[in-house]
Design a protein. Structure first.
Length: 433
């Protein structure tokens, strides 16, 4: 079984990992160096105390009368070593290759006056003993029980506290570093030249201010560029209406013939295309219309009744029971375009309305030929026509859905197309409540 390590995918995770690993390694090195220095210092102090204490204790026992020595043993005992007035326990001589450092220290202070032998004592807790004889020949055993100096009880708590502090500081640093980048990413993701631009807050560190200012400037340039192009399209479309009207008037004075009829049809199609171009250019600025509180049920009933009065098969299904702050003329244009498409290609339309989860959904459905899945995304682009059904022979200009989409965006909503089960097209307009 192999363990595959993967580099984190998010920048926040990567920065957090780098900071944490770096801080933990630095903390571990600092702790290791401090612990080693403390260990060496404690060992030197302990051995120095051991030499002084053992030499003093042996000197006291050597000068005391034999009957008084047992009473002094408890006074001379320490946590890690004590004294026995006997030959000690049976053990094995300590090998020269494995001599504890305490043996060397004891030998240095006592070896010249008292010959010493050392043995390892087996048992649950291994220790060693040093054997010597006093001046009167009495045996004395130094029983040494080596023990690791335990860590201070507060040290693990301090280490855990330091780790928690490092995690908190890492989280705060990563959040401060990532927040401007997240705001910029969200702004780029929601950037829409056709909607009102959202200005980034130009506050914070110099790098953040510079990036926010550059993004705001880019938004303004895109909006200006788009506005100029739309104004150019509107101007050209508007100016074309005058010569087209003159040509239509001149065609009326021509003798009746097949050529006259063809010319009039072409001029009518050109006029329709020009008007749609003007409408598309103006739809970019649909947000200039003033918002009004509109009862959606009454609004939709009025729209459907207008179609029914003209003998069109349009049916309203459902109720929303909501009053929406919206731009009624722009909304009506969206629904008229969708309904006209449904009537043109299916002969009938169903308008469904529902309000749910803070959204108003208005769906126009038909039972026409629908649109191929590959064309659903492109069909809302300007001047795009699906050749097999929505072509010039049906009177389409390729701007109806583009205008509807632009106006839907200007209303703060969204327009999506999908094919119905059993055939037909479903155009859903979602507006915020």
């Amino acid at each position: 079984m192999t363990l595959n390590l993967h580099w984190p995918r998010t920048l926040a995770s990567r920065l957090s990992l780098i900071f944490l690993v770096g801080l933990i390694l630095a903390q571990a090195l600092s702790f290791g160096a401090q612990y080693y220095e403390r260990y060496q210092s404690a060992k030197s102090t302990m051995l120095g105390n051991l030499q002084t204490d053992v030499s003093t204790s042996i000197a006291i026992l050597d000068r005391l009368p034999a009957e008084e020595r047992p009473a002094w043993l408890e006074r001379l005992a320490r946590n890690n070593y004590g004294y026995l007035l006997s030959e000690g326990d049976g053990g094995t001589p300590i090998k020269s290759a494995d001599v504890p450092i305490a043996v060397t220290s004891i030998t240095e202070v006592l070896g010249d006056k008292y010959p010493l032998t050392f043995t390892d004592i087996p048992g649950p807790k291994k220790h060693f003993q040093g054997h010597l004889r006093l001046s009167d020949g009495s045996p004395v055993t130094i029983d040494v029980r080596p023990a690791m100096t335990p860590l201070s009880p507060w040290l693990p708590v301090v280490l855990l506290g330091q780790l928690a502090l490092m995690i908190a500081c890492t989280w705060l640093a990563v959040r401060i570093a990532i927040r401007p980048l997240t705001r910029l990413a969200n702004a780029v993701e929601t950037l829409d030249p056709n909607a009102h631009p959202i200005q980034l807050d130009e506050k914070g560190p110099n790098e953040v201010v510079y990036a926010a200012r550059a993004f705001n400037t880019m938004q303004a340039r895109i909006a200006t560029y788009l506005k100029e192009r739309m104004q150019l399209l509107a101007a050209i479309s508007h100016d074309l209406q005058t010569p087209i009207t003159r040509m239509k008037l001149r065609a009326e004075f021509m003798d009746d013939s097949a050529e006259k009829e063809k010319l009039c049809n072409d001029l009518g199609e050109m006029e329709h295309l020009v008007r749609e171009g003007v409408a598309y250019a103006r739809s970019i600025h649909g947000s200039t219309e003033e918002s009004r509180r509109t009862n959606m049920d009454s609004f939709l009933e009025s729209l459907v009744f207008d179609y029914q009065d003209m003998g069109k098969k349009v049916q309203l299904i459902g109720k929303s029971d909501v009053v929406v702050e919206t731009r009624p003329h722009a909304l009506r244009r969206v629904l008229v375009n969708l309904t006209d498409n449904a009537l043109k290609f299916a002969g009938g339309a169903e308008v469904w309305v529902a309000a749910n989860k803070g959204k108003l959904s208005i769906t126009v459905m038909d039972r026409g030929p629908g649109i191929a899945e590959a064309d659903l995304a492109q069909v809302m682009e300007p001047f795009y026509r699906v050749e097999n059904s929505r072509n010039r022979s049906t009177g389409g200009t390729g701007l109806g859905l583009a205008i509807a989409q632009q106006l839907a965006i200007a209303l703060g909503g969204s327009l999506t197309l999908s094919n119905r089960e059993g055939g037909g097209l479903c155009a859903e307009l979602k507006l915020p409540l």
